[in-house]
Write a protein that binds this ligand. Structure first.
Ligand code: PEP
Length: 254
């Protein structure tokens, strides 16, 4: 982390967990347990939980995010939710390109790029996920994969947008598996992403962009991961569902 150059962001990704009726109290619990946080605290929740989450977060430091959006502004896309709809609800962040969306819902680098543009257009802050599969790591092509994902994701995106963009490096083999990348592996790939931003834009943009690590980050391993210079926070799945664990991770970001 480097507090002087960029914001540290700890974001929970609830995935398809917790009921709308549980959401208000849980967000209040997170807010009170992370009251003195020095970093940005975000909870990304299912669409149907957003109203309750936004309501509970009012007057607190907790920011609310969605887990997905559609890239079209409106129209005949049954079951989908647009960026403008999220913004209208009071949502601030949106996760884009999570590996589960890529794996189960056929999202590609190209749809990720369209979703980033749509989110920015509506005034939402995208948390853009990139990361390699286990086979790709074993083949020694992590750098190529993550660089390609980053380049396609940000094609046509102006550097002025980067004050609102967060990138999450999430090795797919570490998500929900209990297998965490070592802090050196996390640092190495976050640095690769930063170097790509430098190549695409400039050093100031690269150094100023928040790059999180995500993949089985928990109350025990967070501190070591977050101590790395290029790791500016975490995207937390499982551990974000337990407020004590999530609060411990927030604390580790200090
Ligand atoms: C995630 O969903 O982005 C994630 C990192 O999950 P977990 O922390 O459970 O591995």
């Amino acid at each position: 982390m480097n507090y002087e150059k960029r914001k540290t962001v700890i974001a929970g990704n609830w995935k398809m967990n917790k009921l709308p009726s549980e959401t208000y109290d849980y967000i209040k619990e997170v807010a009170s347990k992370t009251e003195n946080a020095k970093c940005e605290v975000v909870a990304c929740v299912p669409f149907v939980n957003l109203c309750a989450a936004v309501e509970a977060a009012k007057g607190t430091h907790v920011k609310i995010g969605a887990e997905n959006l559609h890239f079209m502004p409106s129209g005949a896309f049954t079951g989908e939710v647009s960026a403008a709809m999220l913004k209208d609800l009071g949502v601030e962040y949106v996760i884009i390109g999570h590996s589960e969306r890529r794996q189960y819902f056929a999202e590609t680098d190209v749809t990720v790029n369209k979703k980033i543009a749509a989110a920015l257009e509506a005034g939402l802050k995208p948390i853009v996920c990139v990361g390699e599969l286990l086979e790709q790591r074993e083949q020694g092509i992590t750098k190529e994969i993550v660089s390609m994902q980053t380049k396609i994701a940000f094609a046509g995106i102006d550097k002025s947008a980067f004050s609102s963009i967060v990138i999450a490096y999430e090795p797919v083999w570490a998500i929900g598996t209990g297998k965490t990348a070592t802090s050196d592996q996390a640092e190495e790939v976050c640095k690769i992403i930063r170097d790509v931003l430098c190549e695409l834009y400039d050093e100031e943009t690269a150094e100023g962009t928040t790059i999180q690590y995500g993949g089985s980050m928990n109350a025990k391993n967070a501190k070591e991961l977050l101590e790395k210079y290029d790791v500016d926070g975490g995207l937390i799945g499982g551990a974000s569902l337990r407020s004590d664990d999530f609060a411990t991770i927030v604390k580790a970001a200090e």
